[in-house]
Design a protein. Structure first.
Length: 596
């Protein structure tokens, strides 16, 4: 029985009597239609069991905590440095945390296949090892969504596992595979090159001036998501010149077999952990090994503060390798790190792996309003992203906007979202919602497609199901759509519905609680939204509600009971703080006085 791992080996698939697809990602729409009714089977996905997802999340966090000190010891030895584990947790932790979860998912998928099907045979394409090792974090982010890299990882697991899967190398993949790699849809717009040159020159001059005026103890603010007016207000209150940072530029490095000739000393407790140990050394991004010396030198040249009072970021801790290396050094010195929430799922979703890491490395975690009793690390300061004005009540709005999301067929960071092929069920639920709309309402519908095309071919799927419905996939246009809409329907746990509710835009939320689990502290809040017909867990019921209120959306939305629940919900999860800069500078002083 032939086991097909990705569309790479499916492209050259022999005509065999029986074929098993490892997952839904193997079938590329609309070609999937030709497999219906054939002998092709699709493996059960292991995280369809959501109790298993939760249990695995805890296990993998524990494995990460075991692996970091062991990996830190080896990296110190190999690279000739002597950094504390906290330094390596900040520098390499975002990669390691996600890689462990990815590898476990791939391992578990193969485990299911090997247990449920017999006499499996697989074709493994020959791939260049050097090209399969990420260069840095941005390159890692690109690779984990690609068919090539995932095919390689599946192959490595099969070769090193005890799974009864027979494998055979079949040469390089077909050139057709280049057309299967995921892409981001781009705005069709003209670029004013003259303006860009002026902008770059102005930034260069500002950075040069800032270096002269910078003090060694300045609070360092980096990738904060703060609106400009709030950022400038903070600098004035701190008596600092605004910080200007240049774009991170990283060379492409060659693999050194000598620097990678080692294995982390970690006592494996099961087959997966042994495979993790075997694969780890040849998957660490090159910038952390071959490029480590240049990384440190590049950070030294930036002349960032030597003894900052505090460091603040929203997202720089994850993918900006220069910033992470510098923060790691400062954390060794005891400099406090403040991280701000930058995703709407945080504080609401049962599992949010990004939030796990943010809270693990920060001294203070700034939330959009939510808190936990007895946890002083959490500071409910309010939104840092929202700088939009509340919309006035009017009956002149015309459209209904359905905001949808995309998810890679390959699981990455574990969160309470539909994972992998579960996106197809999510899409079916969207179809059910649209099917349940009255024709007069559907004529006003605009479906906002997710701006990243993850290989599901969402536009084609919608067109085949609803040929006349209006689709919008233009990057950056969501705000324009929201300004004109009468009602917005949000179909996933995200920032969008928090922002629309804060802006006073009539909002309906609908998702399947099986795949978008809520943490215990937010269950009651969503039950109250359910009572006032804002939140639904059934798409047909949500559509029927939209049908009923369509002609008088404002009467429903501005009802005193509805507005009371909206206000309470936004205060907890999307608090717009008009005194954000004042409260932030006060927090900096408190952190200083507390010693971190």
């Amino acid at each position: 029985m032939r086991l097909v791992l990705t569309p790479i080996d499916a492209l050259s698939e022999d005509q065999m009597e029986e074929t098993v697809y490892l997952g839904e990602w193997v079938s590329i729409y609309p070609d999937v239609a030709k497999h219906l009714g054939s002998s092709v089977k699709i493996c059960r996905y292991h995280w369809d069991d959501r109790a298993k997802l939760q249990s695995d999340h805890h296990y993998l966090n524990a494995l990460f905590n075991r692996a970091i000190p062991a990996l830190a010891a080896h990296l110190n030895k190999v690279l000739g440095v002597n950094h504390a584990p906290v330094y390596w947790e900040i520098l390499i932790g975002p990669w390691l945390h996600e890689f462990i979860q990815i590898l476990f998912d791939r391992f578990s998928s193969l485990e299911v296949a090997s247990k449920e099907y017999q006499n499996l045979k697989v074709h493994l394409c020959s791939l260049n090892l050097d090209k399969m090792i990420p260069n840095d974090m941005p390159d890692f982010r690109s690779k984990i969504n690609s068919y090539l890299w995932n095919h390689y990882i599946y192959g490595q697991i099969i070769k090193q596992s005890e799974f009864p899967i027979e494998w055979m190398e079949v040469g390089p993949p077909s050139k057709k595979v280049t057309f299967l790699e995921f892409r981001e849809q781009q705005n069709a717009r003209r670029v004013d090159l003259g303006f860009l040159r002026v902008k770059r020159r102005a930034k260069f001059l500002a950075e040069a001036l800032e270096r002269r005026l910078r003090r060694s103890t300045d609070v360092f603010i980096f990738q904060s998501y703060l609106p400009t007016r709030i950022r400038l207000s903070i600098y004035l209150r701190l008596w600092q010149f605004p910080i200007v940072t240049s774009k991170q530029e990283i060379d492409v490095y060659e693999v050194s077999d000598e620097l990678r000739n080692w294995q982390v000393q970690l006592n494996p407790q099961n087959q997966f952990e042994q495979i993790f140990i075997n694969i780890l050394t040849n998957q660490i991004p090159k910038i952390y090994i071959e490029g480590y010396g240049e990384l440190c030198a590049a950070v030294n040249e930036k002349n960032w503060p030597t003894n900052p009072r505090a460091i603040f970021t929203a997202n720089g801790y994850n993918s900006h390798d220069h910033f992470k290396e510098w923060v790691g050094r400062k954390k060794e010195q005891g400099v406090p790190l403040l991280i701000a929430q930058h995703g709407g799922t945080n504080g609401i979703g049962l599992i949010v792996s990004a939030e796990d890491r943010e809270r693990a490395i920060s001294d203070r975690y700034l939330t959009w309003g939510w808190s936990e009793k007895g946890n002083p690390q959490l500071v409910p300061i309010g939104q840092v992203k929202s700088n939009r004005k509340r919309r006035k009540r009017s009956r002149n709005y015309e459209s209904l906007v359905l905001v949808t999301f995309g998810k890679s067929p390959f699981s990455a960071s574990i969160s309470s979202f539909p994972v992998s092929g579960q996106w197809l069920q999510y899409q079916d639920e969207n179809y059910e919602f649209v099917d349940s709309l009255q024709l007069s309402v559907r004529e006003r519908l605009i479906i906002r497609l997710y701006p990243i095309e993850y290989g599901w071919n969402q536009r084609e799927r919608w067109r085949d199901r609803f040929s006349t419905v209006q689709l919008d996939d233009t990057v950056g246009r969501l705000e324009v759509l929201l300004k004109k809409c009468r009602l917005v329907v949000c179909t996933y746990n995200s920032t969008t519905f928090l922002e629309t509710m804060s802006m006073g835009i009539p909002t309906v939320i609908v998702w399947n609680p099986k795949y978008s689990e809520l943490r215990s502290g937010s269950l009651g809040d969503f039950e109250r939204l359910k009572k006032v017909r804002i939140f639904f867990d059934d798409p047909a019921e949500a559509a029927n509600h939209v049908n009923q209120i369509w002609e008088n959306v404002s009467d429903w939305w501005f009802n005193s009971e509805v507005q009371a629940e909206v206000s309470a919900f936004c205060k907890r999860y999307s608090y717009v703080n008009s005194r954000w800069a004042e409260h932030f500078t006060k927090l900096i002083k408190e952190v200083e006085q507390a010693g971190g």
